[in-house]
Design a protein around this ligand. Structure first.
Ligand SMILES: [Zn+2]
Length: 316
């Protein structure tokens, strides 16, 4: 782990805001790793997204909106089912057998229904999208882009099977905005650096304790080969916030340079047929909002003016 930048802000709050968020119903648990949001927590996420969306659009990004599932083919071709297969969540319909569909409809108890389901789930041809950018790559599959650079952005729920579910740090379903960019290698890296600087300046303005590091896992967590590959090329930077109550750092944004690995997988090239590089930046909104609550406290009225002015629209 190489630390490229660390802020020196003081963090006064030493309480975990998690129980308060549950008490206030700002977080409503549904099942392990899946929450519904309302109140201040939801408002924080929306304000954060407005900020990052605006910046992406200002940089010229084309906004996209995606469905929830990806064809399995996408994960076969981009390598996800090599290094991260344990995190994939598959989606399957019932087998197309009328008798079974009827049997399920007519089953009386949940146990009976579960038993029938266990026998009739069909092949898993779809997967819940684990990141935002795979959909963007799918929209560009087989196409040619200008080497001078193009950007896309989208916000979507992402899904990963996680083994620990009792906090906001590891979620099965989480909200992420990504900015995805394509062009020459130098341009791709300059966009990545621009986006790192943008987040750094915001967090400095808000008085947040954070650091920018080179990293090996979160948005591509898993296998050993991938880890070696990433440390060798130093392809990934991460922004981490301090969680003062446990003195641990949590990744809230990731800045990736894919070089040509994903453009090759999706057969995307430059206009002349030459290879094109890609990169993506992802903002994990639950972690970011949680980190802000941990450091700034659960009373939004005491948050820094620069952030509060966005959070609480003109009252009265
Ligand atoms: Zn991505």
């Amino acid at each position: 782990l190489e630390i490229l930048f660390e802020s020196s802000a003081d963090t006064a709050h030493l309480e975990d805001p998690f129980p308060t968020l549950l008490d206030r119903r700002e977080l409503i648990p549904l099942q392990a790793g899946v929450f519904s949001y309302q109140g201040g927590f939801l408002q924080t996420i929306e304000v954060l997204d407005a900020i990052f969306r605006y910046h992406a659009l200002e940089m010229g990004a084309i906004e996209q909106s995606f469905g929830t599932t990806l064809p399995l083919r996408s994960l076969f071709e981009n390598g996800y089912l090599g290094a991260f297969s344990h995190q994939a969540l598959f989606v399957a319909p019932l087998q197309r057998r009328l008798s079974e569909i009827r049997r399920l409809a007519e089953a009386k108890t949940p146990e009976e229904k579960a038993g029938i389901l266990a026998q009739t789930i069909d092949d898993h041809g779809q997967v819940l999208s684990p990141v935002v950018c795979y959909h963007c790559f799918e929209t560009l599959r087989g196409s040619c882009l200008s080497l001078d650079g193009s950007l896309f952005t989208a916000c979507a729920r992402c899904h990963r099977r996680e083994s620990e579910h009792e906090s906001l740090v590891r979620l099965q379903t989480f909200l992420m905005r990504e900015v995805i960019f394509f062009g020459r290698d130098t341009w791709v890296d300059s966009v990545r650096m621009n986006l790192i600087a943008h987040l750094r300046d915001l967090l400095l303005e808000w008085g947040i304790r954070f650091r920018i590091v080179t990293a090996y896992d979160p948005f591509f967590a898993g296998g050993h080969n991938k880890r070696l590959y990433q440390s060798y090329f130093s392809v990934k930077y991460e922004c981490q916030l301090l969680l003062p109550h446990i003195q641990q750092w949590v990744a809230v944004a990731s800045f990736n340079n894919h070089h040509t690995t994903l453009t090759r997988a999706y057969k995307i090239c430059g206009l002349s047929g030459s290879p094109i590089h890609s990169g993506c930046v992802g903002y994990g909104y639950e972690r970011l909002a949680y980190g802000l609550y941990c450091q700034l406290g659960s009373d939004l009225g005491t948050w820094p003016e620069a952030l509060r002015s966005h959070l609480i629209p003109a009252r009265g």
